[in-house]
Ligand binder design. Structure first.
Ligand code: GLN
Length: 486
């Protein structure tokens, strides 16, 4: 058996029945990592020793504790999520040596559930980017084609899941950073409703958008991980005190009674024909399974990119002010005065995209411009949110492509930030509205690159998106394909 291929639920039942040990699975994953990492480069930090130790601990302790749903299961965590005693770089030189003295709520919950931490995955610096090329350390490659990007910013997590360099992973999504890399790497990614999962200990990029969520080999695993991480946390005032359902209960077969909205603004001229075809084929399958498809309209969609790329940089410029060489992070040694030290620490510590966002955000928030940019963009954000609230009166979920094209080539868009921003066109509106979004594989381009379907649901209705994704997965074979790495 190729142990590294296991999903969480498969491994759970094999551990519980004693057919495999956590040690054997973890070892097989590290062998895989050793073989593939020189090419895929999904990780920034690997925790070989402590992971093997935790695996042996769980094997010895046994798997009777039903509360520990992840006992003995090796996972990877994006390097933007604080892990106590384990370096957390955010893909940035400015945090290259940052070892958090505390666990994020998500890391704490994962540990409490018994998971084994394999390592921290690569990402665009401070989660700003769509290709992983903005990492200060290395560019992760797409396991399906090593000269293509894995997507971003959680590209390391998505590539690690797709290449079977972990059983599952955690990512974060501000404007698409879970859904887009999951789609480009042919795996499942879930951005929860804003407020569903605690942001405590998630290094802030744009606080009114950021959410942590799972990237997994199948929809069942996404439900299992959401169960572990969701819930109110008094340390995050934006987490919502809503009751957490058992998301695995949503995984029921059949889609009778479900109305699926197809927003016309997400099927537009100029988009990749294979993406268009795969999404439409997926919709036909959903209809075949009992869903009713209706055409709907989200009229303010076209303003999503502009609104997001004002608001997110504004929040970033404020959040990133704390990296001044004193409170956190890298300090330049060559400043003679305090101001010079600040300036040098920041200009040497941050990469070009992060600087661009800080400048954009600072400009947009400055006196005299606030009304024209930030305020206007916030008003547009409200309109986009209202579009969704309105459309969810006609349907329960929306189905769209995740991205307008499959993964692009490494280097193709690095010099053109605007083209990079435009590739987020289908994921940003849901982020502006705060609704949940699930990416599931739905096809493959003629070049062999995965194509993903985005399923959007109303606030706190992750279960609906999971149900639709689960049914699609059960009725397509894309989900069984593996990248050509062997
Ligand atoms: N690509 C988007 C950006 O660069 C979204 C990133 C994210 O979701 N973290 O901001």
């Amino acid at each position: 058996m190729e142990l590294y291929r296991l999903t969480i639920h498969e491994m759970r039942s094999l551990l519980d029945s004693g057919e495999v040990t956590a040690e054997a699975v973890t070892r097989s994953i590290f062998e895989r990592i050793r073989r593939l990492e020189p090419e895929v480069a999904a990780y920034i930090t690997l925790l070989h020793e402590s992971a093997m130790e935790q695996a042996r601990y769980w094997d010895q302790r046994g798997y009777q504790d039903r509360e520990a749903v992840l006992a003995g299961i090796p996972l990877a965590v994006k390097d933007v999520i604080c892990t106590k005693g384990v370096r957390t770089t955010c893909g940035s030189r400015i945090l290259a040596d940052f070892i958090p003295p505390f666990d994020s709520t998500v890391a704490e919950k994962l540990k409490r559930a018994g998971c084994i931490l394999l390592g921290k995955t690569n990402m665009d610096e401070f989660a700003m980017g769509s290709s992983n090329e903005n990492s200060a350390f290395t560019s992760t490659r797409n396991p399906w084609s090593l000269d293509h990007i894995p997507g971003g910013s959680s590209g390391g997590s998505a590539a690690a899941v797709s290449a079977d360099e972990c059983i599952a992973a955690m990512g974060s999504d501000t404007g698409g950073s879970i859904r887009q890399p999951a789609s480009h790497c042919g795996v499942v990614g879930l951005k929860p409703t804003y407020g569903r999962v605690s942001r405590y200990g998630l290094v802030a990029f744009a606080s009114s958008f950021d959410q942590i969520g799972p990237i997994t080999k199948d929809v069942t695993d996404a439900a299992i991980l959401l169960n572990v991480i969701a819930g109110y946390d008094r340390r995050d005032s934006t987490s919502v005190p809503a009751k957490r359902p058992d998301y695995t209960q949503s995984l029921v077969e059949g889609l009778q009674g479900i109305t699926v909205g197809i927003p016309r603004q997400y099927f537009v001229e100029g988009m990749d024909l294979e993406v268009d075809r795969s999404a439409r084929e997926a919709i036909r399958i959903l209809e075949h399974l009992g869903a009713k498809a209706v055409d709907v309209s989200l009229p303010h969609t076209e303003y999503g990119v502009a609104a997001y790329y004002i608001i997110a940089p504004c929040e970033a410029s404020s959040n990133l002010a704390r990296y001044d060489g004193v409170k956190y992070g890298y300090r330049s040694r060559d400043g003679k005065t305090l101001m010079e030290m600040y300036r040098k620490s920041r200009s040497q510590g941050f990469g070009p995209e992060v600087k661009r966002r800080i400048m954009l955000g600072t400009y947009a928030l400055s006196a005299g411009y606030y009304d024209a940019y930030y305020k206007k963009a916030s008003q547009v954000r409200t309109l986009i949110r209202e579009d969704f609230l309105e459309v969810f009166k006609q349907c329960q979920v929306l189905v769209t492509p995740v991205a307008p094209t499959p993964a692009f080539a490494l280097g193709e868009k690095v010099d053109d930030p605007l083209q990079m921003y435009l590739s987020d066109v289908f994921t940003l509106p849901a982020s502006l509205a705060g609704i949940p979004g699930l990416a599931v594989p739905c096809g493959c381009s003629s070049y062999g690159l995965p194509i993903g379907l985005q399923i959007l649901a109303p606030h706190f209705e992750e279960g609906l998106a999971l149900r639709v994704g689960y049914n699609l997965e059960k009725n397509t074979d894309v989900h069984h394909r593996h990248p050509p790495l062997d």
